[in-house]
Each structure stands twice: as structure tokens, then as C-alpha cells.
Design a protein. Structure first.
Length: 516
């Protein structure tokens, strides 16, 4: 589809007379059955969390997907060629609505735990090592009134060896007013919780300077400038994207983004230009909703933005808007972009969920979701090309993508995580050489960067980042496509403390388990 046809008016005019195209060739992704429809009870927001999590330490991830209000959560495991719900008996479910989900070893016992932002609070589920969890409520006495926690981002911002938490808050659903940019009573500040040991947390938001300015759809922490300290990226509703540099003394300083005042719905992060640092993607309402409907109370000096944003990292907290260069401007309403190399050509691709459950036109004419492959223009410049041949059309209320190796072939399989709708899952049948590295899902390895050089002289980097997408947490497998190369000359692993390990000639088409 031409990118200019992914908006409101062209989409519904075309839909009235268009017929469904039939793909003659086999697609790269094979659909698999998943029997779960998240149900939205309109007392809370409609969003659901999802994460890859290895509950039993066997090196194979399961998939957690949260339920709505009065609906059990699900935990899926690949068994006998199918997804099986193994949630009963695990102790992880609740009748509260589950928004954000994150997996990490929170107590440093070697087992991966689960952190959930539920409508009623932040819950930690500690793993006993056999896939049975005990529940612990993380009390946040300073939680804003009339708010719901949307996501918990994880970090060791002060480098003391334990897991600190950054909680994104949003005004509770009954009090939500659309397009409200400048009402301080409507905005809910976020909270940074410092871990003082033994999972005891102190609110240090004020002293760190990271409260944010508006209701937040999500945040991630990652190293943006190569100093081995996590910086903070905040995707806010009705405000500009905020980026905070970690000053390495317990405080952060805001750095300009110039994204304009938009509806920023999740964060994608990856080195799309292979220059060694992390670039950032932020979805927005796009052209699905006319601008005059979303002006709200915006001030004349606040630049109103509907377009998506793709910030190229130019180093030293200088970012350049490149969304039009990559040809993903003028697109429709979107959530939760995620970067991943699915066709194993070495270049990061982009996956963006679409549709809004509260926008009437999308009830009748849903967008299909955007699965982009990174391609090259005649000039040699890169761009993202929508690739229906992947077989990942998702005419549902999309929320985010989730990548996880289900079947043990070390290629990352795919989920569309959908709100108030059926979920969708696919096995990755991509052909091509690759090398995969698996990192322990813990704070000692979060932020690890891997750099490889192939036999044909090409190099690629990946950083282990938690919480990419929207209310989701991807697998800790870092997979590099080799663009046809038959060997990798070396892999350089740089740990979060700055020390490094070089691996000569790592075997290809397999996975290497790494640990400090």
C-alpha cells in the first residue's frame, strides 16, 4: 500500500470498494493459533502488558500477556507445536487489569521475576525457580491521586548493583480528558524508586529531577552516549518527548528533543544506521485523526505534532528528526514501535502497531499495522519499506510487537499484542545466516552492547534494552542477521561496567549464552 493511503479519509474511501489482495508467494511468518481475547472493562484504560520470560531457567522463553479487569492473565509455553496456556498454578494472575509487564531477576537469585503495572498498583512476582511465583505489592505512598500506573522501567541508574524502578503514571480512565496539554491537575507525574536493598524502595524523583511533565505512555532507560550509565527516555501524552541525561551523581538533566507536542505512545530503540549508538522511534496519532480535533488547550507557542518521530542519535545528546528521510511520515495512528532484523540481512527493521479502540472510524475500517523492512533507495540512502509479503497484517486494535524465540530455532518469532481484541502470533521462517547471543535477564547484564564483524567486513551493534515497544518487554536474545556472510570474524561484548570480552569466530546459525 502506498504510505499516503494509510490515513483516515483515503483508508475508508478505499475500503468501501477494495478487495482483499491474495498473496501468491509463501510468507516469511507462519500464523499460529492463540486463544486469547483481552477484554476492556471501561472502568480502566484498555491497555495490556506482555513480556518474554524464562520461568524455569531452561533457556526457552514463555510469554506473559495480561488480562483486562476481571480477566485472568495468560502465560504461554510452546508445547508440541502449539501455544499452551500454563498460567494455572503459577500464582501470577489477578482479576485486576494488567497494563505494563517487565521481566527481570529482581532479587539476584538467578531466577527471572515478573513486575506488573496493574490498575491498582505495582506488583512484583518472585520466582521460586520452578515457575511458581509469590506476590509482593510495591507500595508507592507518593502515587499521584486519580492515576493508574502504566509501566515499570528497570535500571541501575546509580550503579550500586540493584534494580531501581521508574514508574510511568497516567490519569485514571474516569478522569481522562482528551487533548489536554496544559491542565496541571490532569497530568500525573512519574516516580523514580531507588532500591535501598532487599527490595526496599525510596522515592527519589524530586532529587533526581525526572518527574516528567505530562501523563506518560511509557519510558525506557538505556545508554545513549556510551558512558555506561542509563539515560532516561519518556514518551508522554500531550507533551514533547523528554530525554534525561544521567549525570552519574544521582541526578539527571533534561536534553532537548524538539519533537513538538504530540501523543507519544511508546518507545522503540535501536542502532538503525550502524554507527554504534541508539536511535529512537516514537509513534503518534498520525493522519488518522484531523489536527483540529486534537488541538485541545495547546498554547500558540507549543508546536502541535501529529507525525511519528524518528530521532537519529548524532552523539552527545544531539538528535536529528529523520522520519521523512526514512519515508515513514504521513502514516496513521500508531503505538509501540519495535526494531528487529527479521529477514536476517543485518539491518534493523521496524514494526508498529495501529488502531485506536476509542476512535469510531477504526471500528469500521482498521489499519493493518506496519511491518517495515529496511531497504535502500537508488541514491544509496536507507528507508523503511512496508512489507506485506512478511504476512504480518493485523487489522485489530494493535498495541505493540513482542519478539521471542518460541520454537528453539534461535530466530525470533512474533506477537502482535492487541488491546480489547484477539492476540496474534507467528513463527519466523526467515532463511539466511545469523548469530544469536543470549544474556541473563538481570541487572548485571542489562545494557550490555555487542558488536560483530562479519567475514565480508560489515559490522553491526545491538544493546540489551528492557521495555522497548509499548508496555512490553522483549526477549534477552540479541540476534544478528549476517546478510549472506558465511562467518563472523569476531564479536566484542561490552558489559555495563565498561569491561569487554572478544569472541573470535563465533559459530553461526546457533545461539551463544553469555555471562559475566
Amino acid at each position: 500500500m502506498n504510505k499516503t493511503l494509510n490515513g483516515v479519509i483515503p483508508a475508508f474511501l478505499l475500503a468501501a470498494c477494495a478487495t482483499t489482495a491474495v498473496q501468491s508467494e509463501s510468507t516469511q511468518f507462519q500464523p499460529i493459533e492463540i486463544d486469547f481475547k483481552v477484554v476492556w472493562d471501561q472502568d480502566v484504560h484498555p491497555f495490556t502488558g506482555a513480556t518474554a520470560i524464562d520461568i524455569d531457567g531452561d533457556g526457552r522463553d514463555e510469554v506473559f500477556i495480561g488480562g483486562g479487569l476481571n480477566q485472568a492473565d495468560r502465560l504461554y509455553q510452546w508445547r508440541n507445536g502449539a501455544l499452551a496456556n500454563i498460567e494455572p498454578g503459577t500464582g501470577i494472575s489477578s482479576m485486576d487489569a494488567t497494563h505494563g509487564a517487565m521481566s527481570l531477576d529482581m532479587d539476584s537469585d538467578g531466577d527471572v521475576d515478573l513486575i506488573l503495572a496493574r490498575a491498582g498498583g505495582i506488583y512484583l512476582y518472585l520466582n521460586n525457580g520452578e515457575g511458581v511465583f509469590s506476590e509482593k505489592l510495591i507500595r508507592v505512598p507518593s502515587q499521584p491521586d486519580e492515576s493508574e500506573p502504566f509501566q515499570v522501567a528497570v535500571t541501575d541508574y546509580d550503579r550500586d548493583g540493584d534494580v531501581d524502578l521508574y514508574v510511568s503514571y497516567f490519569v485514571a480512565f474516569p478522569f481522562f480528558m482528551s487533548a489536554t496539554f496544559n491542565d496541571p491537575k490532569h497530568s500525573k507525574t512519574n516516580i523514580l524508586l531507588r532500591n535501598d536493598g532487599d527490595l526496599r524502595f525510596t522515592d527519589v524523583t524530586a532529587e533526581a529531577g525526572v518527574a516528567g511533565h505530562a501523563n506518560t505512555f511509557g519510558a525506557i532507560l538505556l545508554d545513549l552516549n556510551g558512558d555506561f550509565y542509563d539515560d532516561l527516555v519518556v514518551a508522554q501524552n500531550t507533551w514533547e518527548v523528554e530525554i534525561f541525561e544521567n549525570m552519574k551523581d544521582g541526578t539527571f538533566e533534561s536534553r532537548p528533543t524538539n519533537t513538538g507536542y504530540g501523543f507519544w505512545m511508546g518507545v522503540g530503540a535501536g542502532d538503525i544506521d550502524n554507527d554504534g549508538d541508539q536511535d529512537l522511534f516514537f509513534p503518534n496519532v498520525g493522519n488518522s485523526i484531523p489536527s483540529w480535533l486534537t488541538m485541545g488547550d495547546i498554547f500558540p507557542d507549543q508546536r502541535h505534532s501529529h507525525d511519528w518521530s524518528l530521532l537519529r542519535n548524532d552523539g552527545n545528546f544531539r538528535f536529528t528528526e529523520t522520519v521523512s528521510d526514512w519515508e515513514i511520515d504521513n502514516e496513521g495512528f500508531a503505538w509501540g514501535g519495535v526494531f528487529e532484523d527479521v529477514n536476517l540481512d543485518g539491518k534493523l527493521d521496524l514494526f508498529v502497531a495501529q488502531n485506536y479502540v476509542k476512535w469510531p472510524i477504526h471500528r469500521l475500517f482498521k489499519l493493518e499495522g506496519r511491518a517495515y523492512l529496511q531497504d535502500t533507495k537508488a541514491s544509496g540512502a536507507p528507508f523503511f519499506r512496508h512489507a506485506p509479503e512478511l504476512g504480518l497484517k493485523n487489522k485489530r486494535y494493535g498495541q505493540s510487537s513482542l519478539f521471542v524465540d518460541l520454537d528453539g530455532d534461535y530466530r525470533l518469532d512474533y506477537f502482535w499484542v492487541n488491546m480489547n481484541d484477539e492476540q496474534a502470533a507467528f513463527l519466523n521462517k526467515s532463511e539466511g545466516n545469523f548469530v544469536s547471543f543470549r544474556l541473563p535477564d538481570d541487572i548485571a547484564h542489562l545494557g550490555t552492547q555487542i558488536y560483530i564483524v562479519t567475514q565480508n567486513g560489515k559490522s553491526y551493534t545491538r544493546q540489551f534494552i528492557a521495555g522497548e515497544g509499548y508496555l512490553t518487554d522483549q526477549s534477552s536474545d540479541l540476534v544478528f542477521g549476517l546478510d549472506g556472510a558465511e562467518a563472523v570474524e569476531k564479536a566484542v561484548v561490552t558489559w555495563p561496567d565498561g569491561t569487554s570480552l572478544e569472541i573470535a569466530n563465533p559459530a553461526i546459525n546457533t545461539r551463544h549464552s553469555l555471562s559475566r
